[in-house]
Design a protein. Structure first.
Length: 558
């Protein structure tokens, strides 16, 4: 008997606790994560993964990974592989419990035969449009199909012929025979099998009829011994059908799985529809499913989000019964919090402006001691030379009073280094500033005995001679939304054409020379960045993960 969770944090745990108290599911709690392999998983799926695997862990039970591969037209092995990689990356294991709905095609067919023989299913020759019209509306009952009262023998013959490939796609379907006047439209004789002459990624051409999700899902749950089928709220109206099917095939009440619904994850500024995400990929709005602007798990991973941050976000969001819109700033807070604790600090100049320190000896080089991390410690040495790069925005020729960075005649401290003074701004023929001539105070070195002279501004820099050239990709939200962050119905028209800016001439301090894909850094004063998979020894490529400003943390304090 599983133990009751002593401090339940959500209504699902309360319901599971009640089941345990009532002696139901004495052999243990068993959940499942059942993705369709017709696309890549997104942040909403991450919440479901964390919930299903998390509940199994909390109750000492098990969680299956089961692919709902009942629609061969849209499925692909690529999606199967990506889903497995995503679940593992998030930190969860299904052990030896990876299944497919296609594992049960034979048994599901037998269940369909059982329904036909019991007079609870029939073959319908109506078209999809005719079936849709016959279903009725929320205020008007449906109409019975003219084929509804076929005999069990006739239905069995036709269903066998469907299985044998004698009919074309859409020519016939198998429908459950329930109640065309039911208040719940899902109970008005739903389609449970359709014809699809398409090769399946696992079963090949063995089958040309495939079960519908609403038929395969509850029966697959029962076959696997699932105790709690955790679904999102859009399946709440499908629960009567879920229970009807389990009863119709004669499953013992005590052994039937329970479907419990929770609110799906909706994020501001974010599309979480697999169909829409597929459209963005197929129509070339993004560079693929793992484009760092995509809310797919693979896209977030490439963007630089960590599995720990996503799990923390899912915990923070919690489990609710009502749908709501979560501020994407909350997700950004979680990754920022994780990287603040774990990412080393380095100096990187994204838009370089050359600085020549005229009174620094030519050919001389010093190595400045720099701290790697304010909490974890560690140090590195950063080369300092006569010629440096600083950010273009850290110099202003006509600066306002409260501009505490570099300006004509003004002083600023170089992080880990000296105080410098701007003596001259060199311009090209068009009047653009191309170089600064500065002088340094040799007695002002950070950490030196006479370094106590104070200036208000401190800026970052890199040695022009030693810095590594890099490509830096800056990302913004892919979809432009209203002030509430909601995605418009015409989401393609709202695609942000400025969601990606590529800087080709950034300069990074040389300590990152041998860094590998997926390594995170905080670029001082800039934000958090990660080494992209496109990086190579000849060309470093960084993605901006998130900026330094944390609006969510400020909102919580407020």
């Amino acid at each position: 008997m599983p133990e009751i969770l002593t401090n339940p944090s959500n209504f699902i745990q309360n319901e599971i606790n009640d089941d345990i108290k009532n002696g139901r599911y004495g052999e243990g709690i068993h959940t499942r994560f059942p993705p369709e392999p017709n696309g890549y998983l997104h942040i909403g799926h991450a919440k479901s993964i964390c919930l299903n695997f998390g509940l199994a862990e909390q109750y000492g039970g098990m969680c299956n990974l089961r692919f709902d591969d009942t629609n061969p037209v849209k499925e692909d092995v690529e999606y199967v592989d990506s889903i497995k990689a995503d679940v593992k990356w998030l930190g969860f294991s299904w052990a030896d419990r990876m299944y497919y709905a296609s594992d049960y095609f034979g048994r599901l067919y037998e269940y369909a035969v059982q329904l036909i023989q019991a007079g609870k299913a029939y073959v319908d020759d109506s078209t999809a449009e005719e079936i849709r019209a016959m279903r009725g509306t929320l205020t008007e009952a449906g109409k019975e199909s003219p084929y509804r009262n076929r005999s069990a023998a006739e239905n069995m013959e036709l269903f066998t012929r469907m299985k044998n490939g004698e009919f074309a796609d859409g020519e016939k379907v198998l429908r459950a025979r329930i109640d065309m006047a039911a208040a719940n439209i899902n109970m008005r004789d739903p389609v449970i099998y359709r014809i699809a002459h398409a090769a399946h990624h696992r079963t090949g051409d063995e089958w040309c009829i495939y079960p519908m999700y609403d038929f395969a899902h509850p029966l697959s749950d029962a076959i696997e011994g699932i105790t709690h089928s955790i679904c999102t709220l859009e399946f709440e109206d499908h629960r009567p059908l879920y229970d009807w099917l389990l009863e119709a095939v004669g499953l013992d009440v005590a052994a039937r799985p329970r479907q419990i619904e929770f609110a799906r994850l909706n994020l501001t500024n974010t599309v979480t529809s697999k169909r829409k995400l597929r459209q963005l990929v197929e129509e070339g709005y993004v560079a693929g499913w793992d484009d760092p602007r995509m809310p797919t798990i693979s896209g977030l991973r490439r963007r630089g989000y960590t599995s720990a941050a996503i799990r923390a976000f899912c915990r923070e969001v919690g489990v609710a019964k009502a749908n709501s819109l979560v501020d994407v700033a909350m997700l950004e807070h979680c990754i920022r919090d994780d990287l603040n604790n774990n990412a080393d600090r380095i100096m990187a100049v994204l838009r370089p402006l050359k600085v020549v320190i005229t009174n620094y000896p030519e050919g001389q080089k010093e190595y400045m001691l720099a701290e790697n991390h304010p909490f974890k410690g560690g140090h590195r040495y950063v080369p300092f030379t006569r010629e440096l790069y600083i950010e273009q925005e850290d110099f202003m020729e006509e600066a306002p009073k409260k501009f505490f960075r570099l300006k004509p005649g003004g002083e600023v401290r170089l992080k880990h280094g000296y105080i410098i003074k701007c003596d001259e701004a060199v311009k090209d023929a068009e009047g653009n500033i191309i170089e600064l001539h500065c002088s340094y105070d040799p007695d002002s070195k950070t950490g030196g005995e006479t370094a106590n002279r104070k200036v208000k501004g401190t800026i970052h820099w890199v040695s022009a001679e030693d810095a590594l050239k890099a490509e830096v990709r800056l990302y913004d939200y892919l979809i432009e939304t209203d002030e509430k962050g909601e995605v418009p119905a015409d989401f393609l028209a709202a695609v942000n054409q400025s969601s990606l800016e590529v800087l080709h001439d950034a300069r990074i301090e040389p300590s990152v020379r041998l860094t590998g894909e997926g390594t995170h850094y905080q670029f001082l004063r800039q934000g958090y960045y990660v080494v992209d998979k496109d990086s190579c020894p000849e060309q470093l490529v960084f993605n901006r993960v998130v900026g330094l400003k944390d609006s969510w943390a400020k909102a919580k304090k407020g």
